[in-house]
Design a binder for this molecule. Structure first.
Ligand code: FCB
Length: 459
């Protein structure tokens, strides 16, 4: 494949999230988030790290925007800290918190960088958790109220919105396995209720955005978008991958089945067999609920990192067990390198849900440091992105409507339970001094953007 299929208006961007970069956890009237609290729990975070300071982006935002501008990055996906804006989650508005996002948006626009705002990337107000969190029947209303406050303030300048980031990780890792904040290990019944409430919150937020925004909004959501890969390109294996992604299996693993997480939002119904597979643990479903949660969206955001594989066996899809082992390539997260995810992901999700696709996250953690020559050489990241983007180009060449690619991340940052140990940035951050150093991949990405992807073919 030699041709570049990135369309003229393709959106190239970088992504971050509030808790992972902002710091200033106890400044200017911000309320506590569940991550502030979770990081205090012994053993919760590798090396006892926390996001109190992180990249201190709250104070370094101008410098960070200047670096984006130097790299000619046209789009920036970032999230807002709900408790920075509403310290108690609802009610009292912290003007200083909103002022920060005002300054951020204005500074981006001054440099011709388009803001893409995620309303919720996991830093939930602790005050709301204390009232019952996402299990509380009012939780969708709380999120709607927060959306209204934000839209009121920012929608004269912001047009691009995402309601939630990765409900799967937030709910599953935060409330089922306990690896993420708030560190709960709840029953399946509670998890299904939390999914339901979270999706109602999403729907109400979309409705609020559409009715209140002063500039016509483009609204979507960022989902865990890693597909299941077919072992070969035979029609049988491709069908096996589809089935593994979207069909409930009834074998106890269905809380992780992709269809459970996507279908309610994009098809307005839970997947076939839902009532049977989850009999006895079903959530309360009101008559209007499915309509509310499946509000039409302008795009589907996919965060894609790595995938497993299946083949078609005698009785349906069979997993191919070992993606690592035998010295196979992997990143510092120990995630296998599976570039075809950026082909099959967009293809399968576009086929089923028929929405324009944004890749809202893709990238890799690497053991980067500043070399003796003062630079950060990260050839692995350049090779990783080359391989993944060539696969995305294949999806585009076959007519999949992909509109955006956002690299995770702009900066090295607080990688949740792994603290500062895993570096995903195009820009290296020395957390002792807050010095930023552009990595080789940052210059490479800048060239890629300026050639609209053509440099992939003439490295
Ligand atoms: C995603 C998260 C993002 C980042 C990357 C590596 O699951 O959305 O915040 O941690 O993984």
């Amino acid at each position: 494949m030699k041709a570049s299929y990135f369309p003229d208006h393709f959106i190239w961007g970088v992504a971050t999230a509030s808790y992972q970069i902002e710091g200033a956890a106890y400044e200017d009237g911000k309320g506590l988030s569940v991550w502030d609290q979770f990081c205090k729990k012994e053993g919760a975070i590798l090396y006892g790290d926390n996001g109190d300071i992180a990249c201190d982006h709250y104070h370094h935002y101008a410098e960070d925007i200047q670096l984006m501008s130097q790299l000619n990055i046209p789009a920036y996906r970032f999230s807002l800290s709900w408790p920075r804006i509403l310290p108690e989650g609802t009610g009292h508005i912290n003007q200083k918190g909103l002022d920060f996002y005002d300054r951020l948006v204005d500074s981006l626009l001054e440099k011709n960088i388009t803001p893409h705002v995620t309303l919720f990337h996991w830093d939930y107000p602790q005050a709301l958790l204390d009232k019952g969190g996402w299990l509380h029947p009012d939780s969708p209303l709380w999120f709607e109220e927060y959306t209204r406050v934000v839209v009121e303030r920012l929608s004269d300048r912001v047009e691009h919105w995402m309601t939630l980031n990765e409900p799967f990780c937030h709910i599953f890792l935060g409330h089922k396995t306990g690896e993420h904040a708030p560190g709960f290990k709840l029953s399946d019944k509670d998890i299904l209720q939390i999914i339901h409430n979270t999706y109602l919150a999403h729907g109400r937020s979309v409705l609020a955005l559409r009715s209140l925004a002063r500039r016509k909004p483009r609204v979507g959501i960022a989902m865990v978008g890693s597909p299941v890969l077919p072992a070969t390109e035979s029609p049988e294996d491709i069908e096996a991958a589809r089935q593994a992604m979207f069909n409930l299996k009834g074998d106890g693993s269905d809380l992780s089945t992709i269809g459970l997480w996507f279908d309610p939002l994009f098809l307005g119904k839970y997947p076939e067999g839902y009532e049977k597979v989850f009999a006895g643990v079903l959530p309360d479903i009101g008559p209007e609920d499915m309509k509310i949660m499946s509000q039409p969206l302008d795009f589907l955001g996919l965060n894609i990192y790595y995938s497993g594989r299946v083949r078609m066996g005698k009785d349906g899809p069979e997993g191919i067990p070992e993606t690592l082992g035998m010295g196979r390539p992997r990143t510092t997260m120990n995630w296998p390198i599976t570039p075809e995810g950026l082909y099959w992901g967009p293809r399968f999700f576009y086929e089923r849900y028929k929405l324009p696709i944004y890749i809202t996250e893709n990238g890799m953690a690497n053991l980067d440091w500043v070399y003796a020559d003062g630079k950060v050489h990260d050839p692995q990241r350049i090779d990783f992105l080359t391989r993944y983007l060539l696969q995305l180009n294949r999806a585009l060449s076959e007519g999949v409507d992909v509109r955006a690619f956002m690299h995770w991340s702009l900066l090295d940052n607080f990688e949740w339970a792994f603290g500062f140990d895993r570096r995903f940035g195009l820009i290296h951050v020395d957390y002792q001094t807050q010095k930023r150093t552009l990595k080789d991949s940052a210059y490479w990405y800048s060239t890629l953007i300026q050639t609209n992807g053509r440099s992939l073919f003439n490295p």
